[in-house]
Every structure is written in structure tokens, then in C-alpha cells.
Design a protein around this ligand. Sequence first.
Ligand code: DGY
Length: 329
Amino acid sequence: MSRPRVFVARVIPEAGLAPIREACDTDVWPDELPPPREELLRRVEGIDGLVSLLTDRVDGELLDRAGPQLRVVSNYAVGFDNVDVAACTGRRIPVGNTPGVLTETTADLAWALIMAAARRVAEGDRYVRAGRWRTWGPMLLLGSDVHGSTIGIVGFGRIGQAVARRATGFGMRILYHDLSRATEAVERELGARFATLDELLAESDVVSLHVNLTDVTRQLINRERLATMKTNAILVNTSRGPVVDQVALFEALRDGVIGAAGLDVTDPEPMAADDPLLTLENCLVVPHIASATHATRGRMASMAAANLLAGLRGERLPNPVNPEVYDRG
Ligand code: DGY
């Protein structure tokens, strides 16, 4: 029997590649950069399974080019806004993602950004490297206290709650906002209080974003909402870049409307080296690395492989984002 044909759109850790190679005829895109669109469309022709990354747009055009034999799309990420899920569901193709395994690692990075922005860590490092450190200074690089302040968490799923759990160790008042309330048990365990988005933005010293990118959350943090935040507030985004209006953020940081920002995600990605945000000392940007630890990327790879291989066998994916494909009818 011939082995299924699979395209893996980038080199992922061996924990995922090894089982895929063992079971499939595997074509792996070898470059550091994602396959250009035309190349991606060419490589998917005739495949049975696809491992996509958040840099690859999986839409109707791609699915048509792949052909009717395509049985599974396994996205190597928890977010799947790069995939047109409706187009996959319409063709009864299950889509898998990698939830859970990157929760704690992502929360760690959100905290790295919170601490770094509040205590001006990147700025301090630049200061030392530039040879500007001449003495201990009573007014040098003053920041804001994180302990005892108020954190507002927008999006209170797994990652948002993991960020809240860490905030309890800093004795913070914890507000959260989501489309629906967490259970009483979760609120009690984390000492978190539900707030409207308006309340949360007005009262928080730190605002951390953990929402999926949807039509509702696109540009959620816009000029008007930034204007309602505290002037010393820190905005941290480890969700998706388009959740924040970046032009408005630049102006807010430049004009002292808010205090500082820490961004793991930008719009677009990569951020151009001459982006105005990079001229601001109170803006810290890292290149979408929230899940980037050896252990977590390995776990994501195993999970992506498990989704792919289950789909190829015609079994239910361990983590389908469109379980409705399994409905009868
Ligand atoms: C995700 O998984 O969605 C992250 O953004 C990258 O790991």
C-alpha cells in the first residue's frame, strides 16, 4: 500500500518530524523563511496531509490546489486564524491545533514582558551597552512597581488564567474580561474579578491580551480605548498583532497616553526594522517567541504529528478545531 503524501511547511522539532517521516512520504520545506505562496500552492498538490504554520494561509484556493484527497490540516500552533476553518469544514477536512502544551510557556513570556516593560529592562541593557552607565543614580531609569498593582487580563482562557495565577504571587489585584464569565471556583482560586472591558482598561496598571483573533477582537485596543487607560499603564500583547491598532499604540506611547508596551506579536509580522514603534524607548518588541522553549516546541511538534497521523488514518484528531466535521449528515 502506498504511503500517504505529506507536506510540512517548515522544519519542526524531531519529536514531530520523526513519526511523520516514519509513516509518510514527507516533503519538508527546508528554509528558515516560509514557502512563498506560489511554492506552497505547488507543494500541496496531491498531498494527503498538511502541517501548516501560522505563517501559511490555508484557504479555499490552497485546498483546491491540494485536491479532494486531502484528509487533514494540522496547524503547528494553538492559534488558527491563518486557516479558513469554514473552507476546511465545507470540504469535511478536520483541522488540528496544539492547545494546552504551550499555556505555561506563553504565560511565562507574558510575564517577562510585563516585568521588562515595568522595570525598563531592555532600555537599561541598551544604556549599559552604549557606555552611558557612569554612576548609581537616584533618578536613573525609574519604573513602576508590579507587585501590589492591578492587572487586567483580556481573554480568560487557559493562557489568561495562567497569567493570573502568576499575578497572585505578586500580590496583584486581578481583573479579567471575556465573552463569558469564568466559574466561581476559578474566580475564587485566582482571586480574579470579572470586569467590563471599559472598567478593566480604566483601572488596570498592566493590561495583558490573551484573546483569539476574530472579527470581534480585531483592533480591539484602538485609539479610543487606549485613551481610557491609565497614563502609567503597561500594555502587553502575546495574542495576535491585529488585536491592537499599532498606529494608535505608537501615538499613545509617544504622547504619554499610556506608559509602556511589551509586544510579542505585531501587525504585520515581521515588524519592519524602521517601524516607528521601534524608535520609542517605552516599547519593547520580541519576535513572536511566546511558545519558544525547547520543551514546548517539542510538545507542539508531537501534538501536530498526532493530529496529522490520526487524520491520515481516518480517525478523530486528538485536538480538532472543527469537530463538526465528525457530525453525521
Ligand atoms: C500559537 O501557537 O498560536 C502561538 O502564537 C505560537 O506558538
